[in-house]
Design a protein around this ligand. Sequence first.
Ligand code: NAG
Ligand code: NAG
Ligand code: NAG
Ligand code: NAG
Length: 476
Amino acid sequence: MSARHPARLIPVFLLVLIGVGLVQVGFLIDKTTISNITTPLKGIMKGSPYHQSSTEEAITSPHDIYKPTDWESDYFYKWGQTRAGYRWVTESRLRALAACSARGDCPANAHKIAIFATIHSHMALFDGYTGGEGTWSKGMIKSLERQGYTVLFARNNFEYVYHIYRQFPDLVKAIFVDPSGDNGQKYTDFLKKPDRLNGIPAWKFFIAYYFPNAFSSIVGNKWVLTAEPNDNNLTTYTGYEIDRSKTLKNYVPFEQRPHRVYVLAKYLHFFANHSMAAKVWDDDYYQRATDELRQRWPDFEIVGAIIDSRGEKEQKAEPWTLPPGIRNMGKLGPAEFDEALSNSRLLLGVGRPGLSPSPWRGLALGLPFLNPGDPAHKGPWQHHTVAKLGPPYSYNTQKFNYTEFVNNIAAAMETPIEPYIHPLMEAEAVDRRMHDVMTRDWRSEAAAILEERKKGNETQLFIDHPYAGGPELFEL
Ligand SMILES: *[C@@H]1O[C@H](CO)[C@@H](O)[C@H](O)[C@H]1NC(C)=O
Ligand SMILES: *[C@@H]1O[C@H](CO)[C@@H](O)[C@H](O)[C@H]1NC(C)=O
Ligand SMILES: *[C@@H]1O[C@H](CO)[C@@H](O)[C@H](O)[C@H]1NC(C)=O
Ligand SMILES: *[C@@H]1O[C@H](CO)[C@@H](O)[C@H](O)[C@H]1NC(C)=O
């Protein structure tokens, strides 16, 4: 068949036609220019999860208005308000893509589409969620956008993913999912099957899990993405960047910092008699260490920004108090958090949350991490990637050992470190890994796995995990 066979030109022709059509529709709806339509897209990653001023400037209809929300205090109500906002963003991006396709001036990579369909990425972008999975999602999105890929958002609504996919099946390179989503849907409900050949091939789905526990999608282990590197290299580490230009803005030289320890603990329940408690120190350690170390450094103190995440009624019924010896600064926003860290000399782990981005953030601001664990059992350390750095970056400390606790705090009070960013967390490194996800020949890798699987030779490691699938046969 000749390369100029008319059938081969049809998809290109259709895309241009759709593009031109949408440009016209865009003009009709908006009566302004295409660049105005795309303005909110540029604004979205600036500073806070959305850059509200530029978003608002470009809004043309009332239901497009986003409200950054206080995720922790009023979760479901606000969640409902922004529930459909992602479609507006996605569809304006598709209009922009159609427009640049028609004009022929799309950025490189614009015709490679990534769809984010995880609840944490949705909360991070549309509900102001700043937890670990949110940081990771934003890091991946930022890297893709920096490289010109088209990033679309689908909350965790797989029906909508399918709706997008059906319009541009070949352009969609990767779909980032939680295994189950909105209304009890599973991503596997939309798979390509012998009786549904326009379904989505299983090898285009990547389970975004954060923790480097080795498990598998129905295809194989590499289709699980993680926020931290994994020792076995079985799954795919994407991670996120620590932005030096941001952290160094807040940098305070070691000698100018008070003798202050910052407790890494967002929630009071870490200290409570509660199933979510993170007991690695006895409650009296903080006051004991303060009394002891104030004799050497009169300004010594332990601070934190800790909130009770329970409702008012529960708080009244069973009040929880912080262990003595921690000065609570109350709730801090990201900028205040950085400022508080920059004016401390050590970030103190209390056992949870495991593998959080905060120790990395602390290191970038020049704070080592006191990393609790059980060395007799080779950890597990609160942050096992950071633990590998050892002192003076990571003071790996035996849990419930006051001597180690206080000695390591004292060591950190008098041992400066340079601001540290792990080489894997430099923007270029993240970009390389995200580029790999977007451009690798996943279909061929899946085909090889499938071929062996059909012969009864299973090449992937399947473990029992709530997020795991397979091994299953699938359509390529
Ligand atoms: C991990 O796997 C990737 C490709 O899948 C490879 O490039 C890399 O060298 C591996 N790393 C280790 C430590 O085995
Ligand atoms: C913790 O709670 C359990 C069950 O509610 C109770 O038996 C135990 O005494 C409590 N421990 C402390 C230290 O309060
Ligand atoms: C506590 O830590 C100190 C200093 O590392 C060590 O000498 C001691 O044996 C530890 N105590 C226990 C009970 O393991
Ligand atoms: C199973 O597949 C792997 C990977 O392709 C191959 O190295 C191995 O030889 C196969 N084993 C058998 C028994 O076919």
